[in-house]
Write a protein that binds this ligand. Structure first.
Ligand code: FAD
Ligand code: NAD
Ligand code: ISD
Length: 427
């Protein structure tokens, strides 16, 4: 028993939504495309989950944040897919794939075959158990990857108002969820192993600004240590966390954000992997010519850096998905390689920052670190390769994106520091 499609998108997240939109713009016939997703919702803008979705008032709820509202395009509701003849196979986990036979087998036992497959399986949140800590399945311990997690977090938060939350991890999830917990009137202590928050991107000086801002909102930081165990009450609920340095912190809830792993498992041994993801070429095509990979799961050539990278951000999910569809549908001679400028951003409390490029080499900070707008440039091998800006205007963010793409030679670092944001605005 089974169904056959020309195009199958495996995964129903951000990349899937943007790929479907690109297919519809380029023109496909009804019944040619299907999206298979373990989630029970049509693709949505995942970034909303740790921001608008967690607000105590005017909170974002579906259908308001289905893709592709994140780029101010059409909102692809379930009705949109129906009208465009795109089959949504929801609540369906694919348990195995056979790229030689071009088939997928679902957990319910259905075989779905394709001519072209786009793998958009994203990633899963790492569990504390993978670091040797047991008990993270307690009802007041939360993770955050999908709408089910976010819905659960809202319910746990609502039962903890005025209480204590321990946030484990100082990355994106830790920072964004800590801000949302504070907004929900919960006392927050953040615990992470590094010397400062957002260690993958921030310099100590940039991190210091955000940590001071969080402290002004009542957040406490315990750095350089990790969780070692939980204490529970008789119902199994966590009541305290014990840190490796022996500290005991009472807890009404725990929020965990300790990184992700790309969902590659179905294709291990069948497709070439690199950087923990599925390796693709400039057309987002894998080592099997009928299979493409996009979004968090794809390791693709970043032309600007001359190397393969795997990014975990929404802009690359959206653009890599659109590029793959363009490569599949466009006449061969018009197909170009994906030429992507990495772009990351976040919004917490009243703050908002953007980053473009690569954070390698020497750092030049600029602006007013005691005020509302400041930034940094990264200079590698004599060229400007990365730019960060907090509190910028639309024009200022466009300027740092433009200058980073151009990679100008920087002969005089002191002069760049003196010009600060003015340097980007003058290019
Ligand atoms: P996903 O959106 O994760 O989608 C993967 C889909 O595949 C899911 O629907 C999953 O259920 C499905 N799937 C996986 N395996 C199977 C299977 N075997 N069978 C069926 N279905 C399967 N990035 C930013 O740049 N800015 C932000 O502000 C930001 N905020 C974020 C907030 C949160 C809470 C999270 C979790 C991420 C955030 N990100 C942000 C990262 C961004 O959302 C991801 O980079 C993006 O979602 C990746 O898109 P994707 O389609 O590759 O994967
Ligand atoms: P992350 O990689 O941003 O941060 C992981 C953090 O976990 C590290 O910074 C470290 O502080 C901590 N950590 C690692 N091992 C630990 C341990 N054993 N104990 C305690 N802490 C430990 O990952 P994340 O914050 O979990 O985010 C998950 C994914 O969601 C990422 O791909 C991220 O890019 C994405 N996301 C992005 C945004 C955004 O771009 N604005 C927002 C939310 C989520
Ligand atoms: O935070 C975000 C973000 O970056 C999105 O794309 O929320 C979504 C949508 O803007 C929600 O409407």
């Amino acid at each position: 028993m089974g169904r056959a499609f020309v195009y199958v998108i495996l995964g129903g997240g951000v990349a899937a939504g943007y790929a479907a939109f690109e297919f519809s713009k380029r023109g496909i016939s009804h019944g040619e495309l299907c999206i298979i997703s373990e989630e029970t919702f049509a693709p949505y803008e995942r970034p909303a989950l740790s921001k608008g979705f967690l607000l105590p008032e005017d909170s974002a709820r579906l259908p308001s944040f289905h893709t592709c509202v994140g780029t101010n395009e059409e909102r692809l509701t379930p009705k949109w897919y129906k009208e465009h003849g795109i089959e949504l196979v929801l609540g369906t986990r694919v348990k195995s794939a056979d790229v030689r036979r071009k088939t997928l087998l679902t957990a319910a036992g259905e075989t779905i075959s394709y001519k072209i497959l786009i793998v958009a399986t994203g990633a899963r949140a790492l569990k504390l158990e993978e670091f040797g800590v047991n008990g993270s399945d307690a009802e007041n311990v939360c993770y955050m990857r999908d709408l089910a997690d976010a819905t659960r977090l809202v319910s746990v938060m609502q039962s903890c108002v005025g209480g204590n939350a321990i946030v484990i991890g100082g990355g994106y999830i830790g920072m964004e969820c800590a801000a949302s917990l504070v907004i929900n009137k919960i006392n927050v202590t953040m615990v992470f192993p590094e010397a400062h928050c957002m260690p993958r991107l921030f310099t100590p000086k940039i991190a210091g600004y955000y940590e001071d801002f969080y402290k002004s909102k009542g957040v406490k930081f315990i750095k350089g240590t990790v969780l070692s165990s939980f204490e529970n009450d008789t119902s199994g609920k966590v009541t305290a966390v014990i840190l490796r340095d022996g500290t005991r912190l009472t807890a009404d809830m725990v929020m965990v954000g300790i990184g992700i792993r790309p969902n590659t498992i179905l294709f291990e041994g069948q497709l070439t992997l690199e950087k923990g993801g599925i390796k693709v070429n400039g057309h987002m095509q894998t080592s099997n010519s009928s299979v493409y990979a996009v979004g968090d799961v794809a390791a693709f050539p970043v032309k600007l850096f001359g190397e393969i990278r795997r990014l975990e951000h929404v802009d690359s999910a959206r653009k890599s998905a659109r590029h793959a569809v363009a490569a599949i549908m466009a006449p061969e001679k018009t197909r170009g390689d994906f030429d992507y400028l990495p772009f990351f951003y976040s919004r917490v409390f009243t703050l908002s920052w953007q980053f473009y490029g690569d954070n390698v080499g020497e750092v030049v900070h600029y602006g007013d670190f005691s005020g509302r707008s400041f930034g940094a440039y990264w200079i590698n091998k004599g060229k400007l390769v990365g730019s960060f800006l907090e509190g910028g205007t639309k024009e200022e963010y466009e300027a740092i994106a433009k200058v980073t793409r151009l990679q100008p030679v920087v002969a005089d670092i002191a002069e760049l520091e003196r010009q600060g944001l003015g340097f980007a605005l003058s290019v």
